[in-house]
Design a binder for this molecule. Structure first.
Ligand code: HEM
Ligand code: HEM
Length: 191
């Protein structure tokens, strides 16, 4: 019987929940760019910001989880370069989940806009009182890195399906729950 050692529930929940939040916030801000001026534009930007701050909050929990637990092994074992590449890509995804929302908050504050998350005003780190306008370069960096993240996510998703369909290892299955109807050789959850 094949034994699939999965990421635990919390890890899977954080992965897919945050992946959904990030994809939605990216779609909303892209759609917003194509809309005519009006209240809908502001609403989409507000939801983008709320989801972005949520991601920034959750990523610390996920990082602690990752540092305190071992990722389950992949069967059959991939080559060393493949493991190195995936660690590099995961590291970049973590940096993006921390750096991009932080830049979003900073550029808003540099513009003089208070950033409010679910009714709570975030502490001011930057504003334009200094007379130096950081807002424009911070906004450009936020957008450039955000757009680069789209490509990184596409590569990450393609890699997952390459493992599943071409290499036929259990990389992807480790990140999903048990199917409701389990084939006979597909049933063991480790945690
Ligand atoms: C994971 C988190 C985030 C990602 C991946 C992300 C990504 C992006 C991207 C790609 C754009 C540019 C879209 C385009 O090319 O038109 C953008 C725009 C924007 N982001 Fe974010 N963002 C995140 C979080 C935040 C946060 C936390 C804030 C503020 C609190 C924020 C505020 C904004 C605003 C206001 C814009 C629109 C700028 C404009 O058109 O004037 N973002 N974001
Ligand atoms: C597009 C859909 C996605 C698919 C199909 C997918 C699939 C996977 C799979 C199969 C793994 C396990 C890889 C391994 O153990 O080597 C994984 C891990 C990971 N994924 Fe995704 N993913 C997706 C979206 C995302 C998004 C949007 C992000 C964040 C921006 C993300 C961040 C990560 C990270 C950081 C890991 C490493 C494990 C961890 O620490 O959570 N993924 N993903």
């Amino acid at each position: 019987m094949n034994e699939i050692k999965r990421y635990d529930r919390i890890w899977r929940g954080l992965h897919w929940g945050m992946a959904l939040a990030i994809v939605v916030l990216l779609v909303l801000i892209e759609v917003k760019g194509d809309l005519p001026k009006g209240p809908l534009k502001g609403l989409l930007t507000d939801i983008h910001k709320q989801l972005g701050i949520l991601v920034f909050g959750l990523v610390w929990w996920r990082l602690v989880w990752r540092l305190r637990h071992r990722a389950p092994p992949v069967t059959p074992t991939p080559s060393r370069w493949m493991v190195g590449l995936s660690h590099g890509a995961h590291g970049l995804l973590y940096l993006a989940m921390i750096g991009i929302p932080a830049l979003g908050v900073l550029f808003q504050q540099a513009r003089g806009n208070a950033v409010v998350f679910l009714g709570w005003t975030l502490p001011w780190i930057l504003n334009d009182d200094t007379g130096i306008s950081y807002a424009k370069p911070l906004k450009e960096l936020h957008e450039t890195l955000g757009n680069a993240l789209i490509w990184l996510i596409v590569l990450h998703g393609v890699a997952a399906f390459y493992h599943h369909w071409i290499r036929r290892d259990d990389t992807l299955l480790r990140m999903v729950g048990k199917p409701s109807v389990a084939p006979a050789d597909f049933v063991v959850e480790q945690r």
